[in-house]
Write a protein that binds this ligand. Structure first.
Ligand code: G3I
Length: 349
């Protein structure tokens, strides 16, 4: 009896939480995901998982050719004291990635979150704040100058209503902090591709409009902003694919490189879901649609597609929102889900 129950559980796990065997055989001929695309296929990476979790490591190296360190290049990780930087973990991750011929996308230099406490509590006049931000940006960008060719320079500077987000930078420097941050990054590495990165851009038109207007104005003024990172932390049910496409087009028309920079597709916004095969299939279709939207971007503006983690248990969503969720391409056993098949199908069909 126990054996029968075990078998039933296994069948459920394979057919509902992962791809069914048939479905996987149909969508997967074992070629790595990144070899199917003409643009980089990225993933958010945790150095700890990469070191200690063999399933995670196998998939990270096999399927992707760009790594975005999920937390390891953020201010609190790299710049713990005003006069002390902590590069050891990041350097090791970058070296390992380069050994495996992955490119690195740097995330993120200026943000309101994950700041070291000295930075949050910094006291100074406007010029001292500018100088502090400049040293922060330039020390980090210079340190990685020959290894990290692209950066999210400013992250999440706008609110959903289109206003500037209140943060230490706007309070102490003023709205010009965005322009200055990009200029400082360029001085430190004139070859780097520099991005603005944000969420809810497809969903909230006021936010999208404000960002398009602000970035375009800066670009016209000669500020070195090359690209837009649309994070795409989306849901199975929203925003609509039309809304996403409309938002993408608004940036494309202004000539920005496009990065779908942090994809995950949450299935349980209300916290009351039952996981069903239908929902997993829908998630797969959403992923395929995202790839198709990306492919409609002119090729010289396609920076790449990045998913925000490997398996559902690596995702930030369950712990952040305190709910069960299944937002990524692999299940908790590191088996591919229909979302993985959707990504592949999007690339080949
Ligand atoms: O480093 C500490 C560790 O010392 C401590 O033991 C542990 C206990 O909880 O916490 C660790 O810090 C965690 C950190 O990730 C590093 O693992 C924080 O609690 C946790 O809140 C933090 O979450 C990250 C989150 O950004 C913070 O805002 C997520 O992993 C990361 O996926 C998420 O990523 C952001 C992007 O950078 C920007 N866009 C939104 C996206 C999702 O929130």
């Amino acid at each position: 009896m126990f054996r029968v129950l075990q078998m039933l559980t296994l069948c459920f796990a394979i057919t509902v939480l992962g791809c069914s065997k048939n479905q996987l055989e149909q969508c997967n001929d074992n070629t790595p995901l990144y070899t199917l695309a003409d643009f980089p296929i990225g993933v958010a990476i945790s150095p700890t998982q990469l070191e200690y979790n063999s399933d995670y490591r196998r998939i990270a190296f096999a399927q992707f050719n760009r790594f975005t360190p999920e937390n390891a290049l953020k201010p609190e990780a790299l710049h713990p004291e005003q006069n002390a930087y902590s590069f050891f973990v990041a350097d090791s991750l970058v070296a390992l990635a380069l050994q495996h011929e992955k490119t690195i996308h740097g995330h993120t230099l200026v943000w309101h979150n994950q700041l070291p406490s000295w930075m949050q509590n910094f006291k100074g006049n406007k010029q001292e704040w500018i100088d502090m931000m400049k040293v922060h940006i330039q020390t980090i960008v210079s340190h990685f100058a020959d290894k990290v060719p692209s950066w999210d320079v400013v992250n999440e500077a706008f609110e959903d209503n289109g206003e500037f987000r209140e943060n230490i930078w706007v309070e102490n420097i003023g709205k010009d902090y965005i322009k200055l941050a990009f200029e400082f990054a360029r001085e430190a590495n004139p070859d780097a591709l520099l991005f603005y990165n944000d969420f809810n851009v497809a969903e909230k038109s006021k936010k999208c409009k404000a960002i398009v207007e602000h970035l375009s104005q800066l670009k016209e003024d000669g500020v070195p902003i090359h690209g837009m990172g649309m994070q795409l932390h989306i849901f199975n049910s929203s925003p609509s694919e039309n809304a996403i496409k409309t938002a993408v087009d608004a940036f494309v028309e202004k000539g920005f490189l496009m990065h779908f920079s942090e994809i995950d597709i949450s299935m349980n916004a209300n916290g009351d879901m039952k996981l069903t095969d239908g929902k997993l299939q829908k998630q797969g279709r959403r992923m395929k649609a995202l790839v198709h939207i990306f492919q409609q971007i002119p090729t010289d503006q396609q920076f790449g597609i990045t998913v925000w983690g490997i398996s559902d248990i690596d995702s930030w969503i369950p712990s952040f929102f305190g709910r069960e969720d299944y937002p990524l391409m692999y299940n908790e056993n590191y088996e591919p889900k229909p979302m993985y098949c959707g990504f592949r199908e999007g690339l080949v069909n």
